[in-house]
Design a protein around this ligand. Structure first.
Ligand SMILES: *Cc1c(COP(=O)(O)O)cnc(C)c1O
Length: 399
């Protein structure tokens, strides 16, 4: 999964280009920057790599989601349907624009259940936000059909699935807008950073201004820019963009390694009777950053975790069901509305309602699921060794 595993001379070279000019900001200073525009270059590279018309870099993936929602007019009172299994950033972004997160069940794809989305639609629904978790994708055909029928915005949180595809198109480029995160543990990293991708010129122009205090970027200099609407500072710095530029050039190599390592490991785990794998709507599009597998029962999952711990192979295996950050079960701060400032009434009501909502379908899946992070640094021999140890440990634990 993480690009930081392959950090070296290429990243240093790009960062040094910026340090040589001393212009760390992405806008302005046209003379002193001597033609060095790393953010613009990275945006161009993102458009070419993923096949999107427009890319707007941001300071984080969370800021990218917030920006995308603002640019598409999602705000106070609007409901955004999203999954109960995701990273907390997804609902943070919804809350940040004043909208109401409506959490619904996932299915065996570990992403939004189209049936659960349908059942949650109300007259206030404005957006459906699938989260392509752990390197693989949601059923985008089904979700797109629902959005079309009900005239809803489809916003893809593709922060964890950089390089994944669905029917030949890059994840994050299929909905009205999509986002990546380039934080330190994502498939490619800027240290911190994110991007909004869209094919809609208007959404892009709004995102461009929103991330820079509303600057329309049409003036002869920054001071002469106008501010057609309110914005924030969600800018990326040139230093971060420079790192990302070196990383995106390595992405195809990362994906080849991930996919190969994932398939080798899978060939071992698949030999264990009773183990199943997540549903992948388009198997060739799995980015390979994780191998996610299901035990027959929660008890079996408990046994496996214990056995992995004993053998010393637990690190890198995620049991999200008991994890503080990725599943509704442990989001007490959300359910108890532990906000430092007051949320709007619609938000408060929806969050309190989560205490009376059950997620039995998601529980039944997540309580049996383990996701194994695929490292870029494993040699082929090491993956085979790891696979053999997984197999032996699983067979023993489940016998
Ligand atoms: C990492 C992540 C984000 C947020 O990205 P940051 O860059 O860390 O703000 C959003 N959604 C998901 C699913 C993520 O995994």
């Amino acid at each position: 999964m993480p690009g930081f595993e392959f950090f070296g001379a290429e990243e240093k070279k790009e960062v040094n280009d910026v340090l040589d000019t001393g212009i760390l900001m992405r806008y302005g200073f046209d003379g002193p920057r001597k033609g060095i525009w790393k953010s613009k270059e990275l945006e161009k590279a993102i458009c070419a790599q993923f096949g999107t018309s427009y890319a707007q870099l941001t300071s984080s993936g969370t800021a990218a989601l917030t920006t995308a929602m603002a640019a598409m007019g999602i705000g106070a009172g609007d409901e955004v349907i999203m999954p109960a299994f995701t990273f907390v950033a997804s609902f943070e972004a919804v809350l940040s624009v004043g909208a109401v997160p409506i959490l619904v069940d996932i299915d065996s794809s570990l992403t939004l259940s189209p049936a659960a989305v349908k059942a949650a639609i109300t007259p206030k629904t404005k957006c459906v936000m699938p989260v392509h978790m752990c390197g693989s994708m949601a059923d985008l055909d089904a979700l797109q059909a629902i959005c079309k029928e009900h005239k809803l915005i489809l916003l893809e949180d593709a922060c964890q699935s950089i390089g994944g595809t669905y029917k030949g198109k890059a994840l994050g480029t299929i909905g009205h807008a999509g986002t990546f995160s380039f934080d330190f543990v994502k498939t490619i990293t800027c240290g911190e950073g994110g991007v909004v991708m869209t094919n809609d010129a208007e959404v892009y122009t709004k995102a461009d201004a929103y991330t820079d205090h509303g600057h329309d970027h049409l003036g002869v200099d920054r001071g002469a820019d106008l501010h057609p609407f309110l914005g924030y500072n969600f800018r990326i710095s040139e230093l971060h963009a420079a790192v990302g530029l070196a990383q995106i050039r390595k992405l195809d190599q990362f994906l080849l390694i991930q996919k190969k390592n994932q398939s080798i490991l899978k060939s071992y785990v698949a030999q264990v009777p009773g183990i199943e794998f997540r549903t992948v709507p388009d198997p060739v599009g799995d980015s390979g950053s994780f191998l996610s597998w299901f035990l027959p029962s929660q008890e079996a999952a408990d046994k496996v975790i214990l056995a992995f711990k004993e053998v010393g192979i637990l690190p890198g295996n995620f049991y999200w069901y008991a994890n503080n950050w990725h599943y509704i079960k442990k989001w007490m701060h959300l359910k108890n509305v532990q906000s430092l400032n007051q949320l709007n009434e619609a938000q408060q009501k929806a969050l309190q309602q989560l205490n009376h909502t059950t997620f039995e379908k998601s529980d039944a899946i997540m309580s049996r699921c383990i996701s194994t992070a695929i490292s870029l640094t494993w040699t082929e021999d090491q993956v085979h060794e790891k696979g053999a140890l997984f197999l032996a440990t699983l067979l023993k634990a489940l016998s």
